[in-house]
Design a protein around this ligand. Structure first.
Ligand SMILES: *[C@@H]1O[C@H](CO)[C@@H](O)[C@H](O)[C@H]1NC(C)=O
Ligand SMILES: *[C@@H]1O[C@H](CO)[C@@H](O)[C@H](O)[C@H]1NC(C)=O
Ligand SMILES: *[C@@H]1O[C@H](CO)[C@@H](O)[C@H](O)[C@H]1NC(C)=O
Ligand SMILES: *[C@@H]1O[C@H](CO)[C@@H](O)[C@H](O)[C@H]1NC(C)=O
Ligand SMILES: *[C@@H]1O[C@H](CO)[C@@H](O)[C@H](O)[C@H]1NC(C)=O
Ligand SMILES: *[C@@H]1O[C@H](CO)[C@@H](O)[C@H](O)[C@H]1NC(C)=O
Ligand SMILES: *[C@@H]1O[C@H](CO)[C@@H](O)[C@H](O)[C@H]1NC(C)=O
Ligand SMILES: *[C@@H]1O[C@H](CO)[C@@H](O)[C@H](O)[C@H]1NC(C)=O
Ligand SMILES: *[C@@H]1O[C@H](CO)[C@@H](O)[C@H](O)[C@H]1NC(C)=O
Ligand SMILES: *[C@@H]1O[C@H](CO)[C@@H](O)[C@H](O)[C@H]1NC(C)=O
Ligand SMILES: *[C@@H]1O[C@H](CO)[C@@H](O)[C@H](O)[C@H]1NC(C)=O
Ligand SMILES: *[C@@H]1O[C@H](CO)[C@@H](O)[C@H](O)[C@H]1NC(C)=O
Length: 462
């Protein structure tokens, strides 16, 4: 059960509700052994779709199925394989049986309960770029999987699934709810998802990209490495209430994009979001929170970034944390998904560079940068109470205030320090000082002077 103060933000009226999810019907405690399975991810890379994909039922052209219960209990076997078009309504799909290769499952949907793949998979080894997309329209469906299987998988350029009014339950590892890869697209609405296993995010993309549009849905993931959204490609989420007990709301590897609007989520491990590059540092990643709220459990930050260059925007949004709003680290997340890795595990690491625009928001908490990482923090029509400090080594911060206030909770050191009013009147010092880099590019207007701040502190050049 997810408890939520608000489900959908409609203007300013917030309805207090409690939200149910599939774990209220099938207790995860019944599937504890399944959920404890650690997937073997030391398998060799595959670059071509293996053939054949095995399924109990295969739709090669088009079909419409209603009021049926379909199932299989075989290993490495889907219940339904669609290489064409399937409309499935008012039906139940039940899948058990183990996957035999994590990468076949992740990149090509092997062992998924429902696998919608572009056409060439029915021809042996035909090149993907000759593919035509497949389509799945799923309405009023109940998909239950055990032993580690995605609920609904969509693969290939031009392949699209619409998942409406669905109830998705999974146990076992790598059991994502709706999973798009190979440039596939999923439109998801009015879905409830629960996963109990490891690395089983509710809504996931995979290599080279998946595009997911999720609205009016509820997601609850319990296992380590299981996020609400695993962005590899693009995530567009609106009106989603979610809990990730042992993962962040958003995992993102590389230059991906995630847009959350009117979402309320809770995250229990690594950060409210955990965004990184798993090989060389990538730039061009985007995170946007609009009218959304992320709450973190325990001592984890609201937003965590490592080895990545990213633009972040927070509009009318909240981060509820035990103290740290943003971390920019010289670090990444490994396949274990449960700690922040260092240089000894990844020789390509570089500092994170995080550019954040905050508009019409009220935020409380600190910014922490490690080992030459940068947080550029720009507030417009907003207020922030907190400070900025180094977690390790050099730490760089820019602070820009536009019709905004910064209430200091400790003295700090920044690079660029700008306020659109030109007099730093937006800083409420509470007796603390802000040291600024007198030679930073945008600080010329301060004339290298010590400037008295409201509340007794000073802005002091160094
Ligand atoms: C991964 O598998 C390879 C080949 O099967 C093996 O040599 C290597 O030791 C394994 N690595 C780990 C970390 O288990
Ligand atoms: C599936 O549903 C869509 C939309 O209702 C319809 O256009 C299409 O013809 C249906 N396809 C089949 C195979 O029934
Ligand atoms: C199915 O997979 C499980 C777990 O890997 C294995 O123990 C079992 O023997 C497999 N069953 C068959 C019929 O191969
Ligand atoms: C893709 O669609 C085109 C046009 O409809 C058709 O000519 C071609 O054979 C299709 N390719 C495959 C692999 O089905
Ligand atoms: C979905 O199906 C599973 C397995 O048959 C069942 O236990 C569950 O109650 C069903 N969910 C709903 C909402 O009917
Ligand atoms: C995905 O898109 C890329 C870039 O357009 C393309 O090279 C690749 O073949 C596509 N993959 C699939 C599985 O469609
Ligand atoms: C922040 O806002 C400025 C000014 O509107 C814009 O130029 C910049 O691209 C924005 N950056 C991000 C990270 O959204
Ligand atoms: C920062 O990264 C280092 C490794 O470089 C790691 O040991 C440390 O736990 C990380 N801390 C946070 C809060 O990210
Ligand atoms: C800090 O960065 C340097 C490279 O500039 C690297 O050698 C070192 O391992 C990093 N230390 C930590 C704790 O991240
Ligand atoms: C500052 O913001 C308030 C509302 O938050 C607005 O009424 C006012 O016009 C803004 N002032 C400037 C100078 O932008
Ligand atoms: C304030 O900053 C100083 C210097 O970095 C540090 O030693 C001190 O612990 C900080 N105080 C609080 C309350 O965080
Ligand atoms: C200050 O801001 C400018 C403009 O964004 C940037 O080029 C520069 O790197 C920042 N930092 C310093 C120390 O000048």
């Amino acid at each position: 059960m997810l408890f939520s103060n608000l489900i959908f933000l409609v203007g300013t009226s917030l309805a207090a509700v409690s939200v149910t999810d599939p774990s209220d019907i099938i207790s995860p405690s019944l599937w504890a052994a399944d959920n404890a399975i650690i997937p073997d991810y030391n398998v060799s890379f595959i670059s071509v779709q293996p053939n054949p994909i095995v399924a109990a039922y295969t739709v090669t052209n088009s079909a419409s199925i209603s009021y049926e219960t379909l199932s299989t209990a075989l290993n490495q076997t889907s219940v339904l394989l669609v290489t064409g078009e399937l409309n499935l309504t008012y039906s139940t799909v039940i899948k058990s049986g183990y996957a035999s290769n994590l990468l076949e499952s992740s990149f090509y949907g092997f062992n998924a309960a429902i696998n919608v793949v572009c056409f060439p998979s029915r021809f042996n080894g035909e090149a993907n770029d000759q593919a035509n997309g497949s389509t799945g329209n799923f309405d009023n469906v109940n998909v239950t999987v055990h032993n580690g299987a995605a609920n609904i998988y969509v693969y290939g350029t031009g392949s699209v699934v619409h998942v409406d009014n669905a109830w998705l339950y999974s146990s076992g590892p790598v059991s994502h709810g709706v999973y798009a890869s190979g440039n596939g697209t999923a439109y998801v609405s009015n879905v409830q998802h629960f996963s109990g296993g490891k690395r089983s995010s509710s809504f996931s993309g995979d290599s080279p990209a998946g595009y997911l549009h999720i609205s009016d849905s509820v997601a609850h993931a319990a296992g380590i490495g299981s996020a609400t959204f695993y962005a590899l490609g693009e995530i567009y989420a609106t009106n989603v209430v979610a809990l990730s007990e042992n993962g962040p709301t958003v995992f993102m590897d590389g230059a991906q994009k995630a847009y959350l609007t009117n979402c309320e989520t809770t995250a229990g491990l690594l950060g409210g979001v955990a965004i990184f590059s798993s090989s060389t540092r990538e730039s061009g990643a985007i995170l946007s929170l609009d009218n959304s709220k992320i709450t973190t459990l325990g001592p984890i930050p609201g937003l965590w970034f490592g080895n990545v260059i990213i633009d972040v925007s927070l509009h009318a949004s909240e981060l509820v944390t035990s103290g740290v709003l943003v971390v920019a680290n010289y670090s990444q997340i490994t396949q274990d998904f449960d700690y922040y890795a260092d240089y000894s595990q990844q020789p390509n690491l570089q500092p994170a560079e995080v550019y954040v625009n905050v508009t019409e928001s009220t935020l409380v908490g600190d910014l922490v940068a490690y080992n030459s990482s940068l947080i550029s923090w720009s507030l417009s029509k907003s207020s922030w109470m907190g400070t900025a400090y180094s977690g390790f080594g050099e730490a760089y911060f820019d602070v820009h205030l536009d019709n905004s206030t910064w209430t200091l909770t400790n003295s700090t050191m920044v690079q660029n320090l700008t306020d659109t009013d030109g007099s730093l009147s937006g800083i409420e010092s509470q007796g603390f000082d802000v040291y600024y880099n007198a030679s930073a590019l945008l600080n010329e207007y301060l004339g290298g002077k010590t400037i008295a701040l409201s509340g007794g502190g000073n802005a002091i050049p160094i």
